[in-house]
Design a protein around this ligand. Structure first.
Ligand code: ZN
Length: 402
């Protein structure tokens, strides 16, 4: 999961889905003229724009609250399609399912593909402390890392607190032939542009093992794939929090030896679909409001939170807006991305393919914070926060792409 904008449905309606007649006045004029008084003292008739927007918002909120299908949609996605690792058969099935879902709502939908250089198959992973005493540990292969030799590998553990390029270069003689262990927070401290797993493998580590921060030995999936889709050259594993803590305590006492095995394997290239659906606008069809979430999910579970909940929100927004009967003022494009967990590969491919129309994108509303009560908007990627706030104001004042 990556930080992104949480959108609530009502602001979406206010921004993009004025339910009034096609002749409704622009919302900006509506706000200022509502209080206007005619010279003869009579109140000017209330323009229908803002009221129509509010009525549309009420209908949408009511529809979703009373007859919403979000949970049903999420259950179907997670139970039927399951895990959605980018490039896997289950991901492709989920994309086809989402296209069908949009179409069942009466929303045009298709796919656009990302050319992925390497797919990846997790296989099975196991780990064991063999000295100073035997103890099985919870491990999972890190995405887009290769498996171990058949039968596994064995090595003494070297704990690193600093995985910066300088530190690895300085300690390369120690790294060589070792199983290197570090906490994942060290990656952020090092401010890597390339992944430390790659640098450690190049320095001769036989394997790398990283500790996440989730209690009860819950394993946190992550990827070693680079922005160009290059896989990691050496085996690497995540280890549970408590097992990692045990490992650290043993290391304080003396040498620790680990055995690690993985049948992870790199696959060939693949064309991976992202889903693109659209409801054409009635007043400003050339202006685009993008509403998106990533469809791919790590395969250690079914990705209900990250980001099945976001996918269900986007589908539900499409369903409810289409069911309203009146097209939105601007064109709304719904996007379900592939490859988000592999450094945004799907959305990067989309931006590249659609570069010519980016100036017509009024807003991109992304959801990737999991389920729960919507708490508002978190503007990201704007030069000025006030601009983002103005864009999401219920008055529907004229939006600026900057
Ligand atoms: Zn996510």
């Amino acid at each position: 999961m990556r930080s992104a904008t949480l959108f609530g449905l009502l602001p979406l309606v206010a921004l993009a889905c004025n339910g009034g007649s096609p002749s409704a006045a622009p919302a900006a004029a509506t706000v200022t003229s509502r209080a206007a008084v005619k010279p003869d003292g009579a109140k000017a008739p209330a323009p229908e724009g803002i009221d129509a927007t509010r009525n549309a918002a009420r209908k949408l909120a009511g529809d979703i609250l009373v007859g919403g299908q979000t949970m049903k949609t999420l259950t179907e996605l997670t139970d039927t399609c399951g895990a959605r690792l980018t490039g896997s058969a289950s991901y492709t099935a989920a994309a086809a399912w989402a296209v069908e879902r949009f179409r069942s709502y009466g929303v045009n939908a298709t796919t656009e593909t990302l050319s992925l250089e390497h797919t990846w198959v997790r296989g099975e992973a196991r780990g064991k402390i063999v000295a100073p005493r035997e103890m099985a540990v919870h491990v999972a292969s890190i995405g887009w890392t290769p498996g171990t030799p058949p039968g596994g590998l064995r090595g003494d553990v070297l704990k690193l607190d600093d995985v910066s390029l300088d530190a690895i270069t300085r300690r390369k003689d120690e790294v060589k032939g070792k199983v290197v262990y570090y906490e994942r927070t060290a990656e952020k401290k090092a401010r890597w542009m390339a992944h430390p797993l790659t640098r450690l493998a190049e320095a001769g580590a036989v394997a790398v093992i990283t500790r996440g921060g989730k209690a009860s030995n819950v394993l946190v999936a992550s990827s070693c794939i680079g922005v160009k889709g290059a896989p990691c050259p050496g085996p690497a594993f995540g280890i549970g929090l408590e097992d990692g803590a045990t490992l650290e305590r043993l290391l304080e006492q003396g040498p620790v030896t680990l055995e690690l095995a993985s049948t992870a394997a790199m696959g060939g290239p693949a064309e991976v679909p992202s889903v693109v659906a659209e409801i054409r606008g009635r007043e400003k069809p050339d202006e685009l409001v993008l509403v998106g979430a990533h469809l791919d999910a790590w395969d250690l579970a079914t990705g209900a939170q990250d980001n099945g909940s976001g996918v269900a929100q986007v589908l539900e927004a499409a369903r409810a807006i289409r069911a309203l009967g009146t097209p939105p003022r601007r064109t709304i494009r719904f996007l379900l991305w592939s490859g988000e967990e592999q450094v945004l590969l799907g959305s990067r491919a989309y931006v590249k393919a659609h570069a010519a129309e980016l100036d017509r994108v009024v807003a991109y509303l992304n959801t990737d914070f999991g389920a729960g009560t919507p708490q508002g908007w978190a503007p990201t990627g704007f030069r000025r926060r006030s601009t983002a706030t103005r864009m999401t104001a219920p008055s529907g004042r004229k939006a600026s792409p900057r």
